[in-house]
Ligand binder design. Structure first.
Ligand SMILES: NC(=O)c1ccc[n+]([C@@H]2O[C@H](COP(=O)([O-])OP(=O)(O)OC[C@H]3O[C@@H](n4cnc5c(N)ncnc54)[C@H](OP(=O)(O)O)[C@@H]3O)[C@@H](O)[C@H]2O)c1
Length: 329
C-alpha cells in the first residue's frame, strides 16, 4: 500500500507512524505530508528517512490511502481532492464526522458499514471513541437510555503546542499559549470552542457522535469536558441509565469479552484504570464499575484510554487495515 500520512509532523501523525510500524502495516511507499513550514524536513520511519512533501504533491502521487490528522480546515479543503484522485481518506479531524454522507467508524463497532464507495471515512473524536468502546457492548445487552459523562482530558489531545505550554509552565518560562489560561496546576472546563448553547464543541461531539455510531437517536447524552495537566490519556467518569436491569458481574464479563476493552477493577488491590498505565497502549481500560444506588437500573464506571492511540492513530489504522482485509481499497 502506498500511504500518505497528512500531518506527519504532529502529535497524532507521529503516533500514526509508530503504530504503522508496530503493526507491520503493509506500507510499500510512505509519503509524509505537512504544512509548507515543514516541507523538506526529514521524518524517520522504520529506520529510513523520508522527506516531508506538500499536499498538492501528495494528491498528484495518488496514494492508495491517505491518513489525515492535520486539522479540520485542511481536511475540508484537501480530503475531497485526494478522494477525487482515487485515494481513500481516513480523517481524524471533526470535518466530516457529522456529514450524513460519511461513515463515522470504530472498527470493533461498525466497520461492517464500510463499502468501496466510501472515499472519505471519519475517525470519531478521541473522547467519543473510548466512551463508545465501553458503551456499545452494554447498549447491546441492556439498552442505554441516558449517559452522563465527565471527561478529564490529556493535554496531548490539543496537539504539540499544548505540550509545549505545559513544559514551559513547569520551567516557569514564558511561551506561546495553547489555552487561554495556565494548564500547569489547573483544570480548564473548556475543551475546544464554546457553542451558542453553552456547551463546548467537544461536549457536543460526545453527544452527537454517540448517537451516530450507535445508530440510535434515542440515547441521551449529557457531557462535561475538562482539560487537566496530564499526558498519557483521557479519563472519563460515566453514569449510565439502562432500559433493562443488569448484574454487576455480568457487566464486567460483557466488557472484558469485548475486543479492545480491558477491565481493571479490584478495589481490594487498588486496581483501576489510570492514564499512566494506559499510555502507549491500544486498549480502552474500564474500572470502578458499580451500581448507582441513587436511581434504578443505573451504573457508574471509569474509562481511560490513550487518546493518541485508540483515540486517534490506532483507530485510524485499524480502519485502514479493515479496508485492506476486505478489499475495499
Ligand atoms: N491529539 C489528539 O488526541 C487527537 C485525537 C483525535 C483527533 N485529533 C485531530 O487530529 C488533528 C491533528 O491533531 P494533533 O494533535 O496531531 O495536532 P498538532 O500536533 O498540532 O499537529 C498538526 C499537524 O497538522 C499539520 N498541518 C497544520 N496545518 C496544515 C496545513 N495547512 N497543511 C498541511 N498540514 C498542516 C502540521 O504540520 P506542521 O508541523 O508543518 O505545522 C502537523 O503535522 C486535529 O484535527 C485534531 O483534532 C487529535
Amino acid at each position: 500500500m502506498r500511504i500518505a500520512v497528512v500531518g506527519a509532523t504532529g502529535m497524532v501523525g507521529q503516533v500514526m507512524l509508530q503504530v504503522l510500524a508496530e503493526r507491520n502495516f503493509p506500507v510499500t511507499e510512505l509519503y509524509p505530508v505537512a504544512s509548507e513550514r515543514s516541507i523538506g524536513k526529514k521524518i524517520e520511519f522504520q529506520g529510513k528517512d523520508y522527506e516531508v512533501i506538500g499536499l498538492q504533491e501528495a494528491v498528484d502521487i495518488k496514494p492508495d490511502i491517505a491518513l489525515f490528522s492535520a486539522g479540520g480546515e485542511t481536511s475540508l479543503e484537501w480530503a475531497p481532492k485526494f478522494a477525487e484522485n482515487g485515494t481513500t481518506v481516513v480523517d481524524n479531524s471533526s470535518a466530516w464526522r457529522m456529514d450524513e454522507t460519511k461513515k463515522l467508524v470504530i472498527p470493533e463497532i461498525n466497520a461492517s458499514e464500510l463499502t468501496k464507495e466510501d472515499k472519505i471515512i471519519a475517525n470519531p473524536n478521541c473522547s467519543t471513541i473510548q466512551l463508545l468502546m465501553a458503551l456499545k457492548p452494554l447498549h447491546d445487552a441492556f439498552k442505554i437510555k441516558r449517559v452522563i459523562v465527565s471527561t478529564y482530558q490529556s493535554i496531548t489531545g490539543t496537539g504539540v503546542k499544548a505540550v509545549e505550554q505545559l513544559e514551559n509552565e513547569y520551567r516557569d518560562e514564558k511561551g506561546e499559549m495553547a489555552y487561554p489560561y495556565p494548564i500547569h496546576k489547573n483544570a480548564l472546563p473548556h475543551c475546544d470552542v464554546f457553542e451558542e448553547n453553552g456547551y463546548t464543541k467537544e461536549e457536543m461531539k460526545l453527544t452527537k457522535e454517540t448517537k451516530k455510531i450507535l445508530g440510535d437517536d434515542s440515547v441521551l447524552v449529557s457531557a462535561t469536558a475538562i482539560r487537566i495537566p496530564v499526558v498519557g490519556g483521557h479519563s472519563e467518569s460515566v453514569n449510565i441509565e439502562f432500559e433493562n436491569d443488569f448484574d454487576e458481574a455480568e457487566v464486567r464479563k460483557i466488557l472484558s469479552e469485548f475486543p479492545g476493552v480491558s477491565v481493571q477493577d479490584n478495589p481490594v488491590t487498588n486496581t483501576y484504570p489510570m492514564p499512566i498505565y494506559a499510555e502507549g497502549k491500544d486498549d480502552v481500560f474500564v474500572g470502578r464499575i458499580r451500581r448507582d444506588y441513587s436511581q434504578p437500573k443505573s451504573l457508574n464506571m471509569w474509562v481511560v484510554a490513550d487518546n493518541l492511540r485508540k483515540g486517534a492513530a490506532t483507530n485510524t489504522i485499524q480502519i485502514a487495515e479493515y479496508l485492506i482485509a476486505n478489499k475495499l481499497v
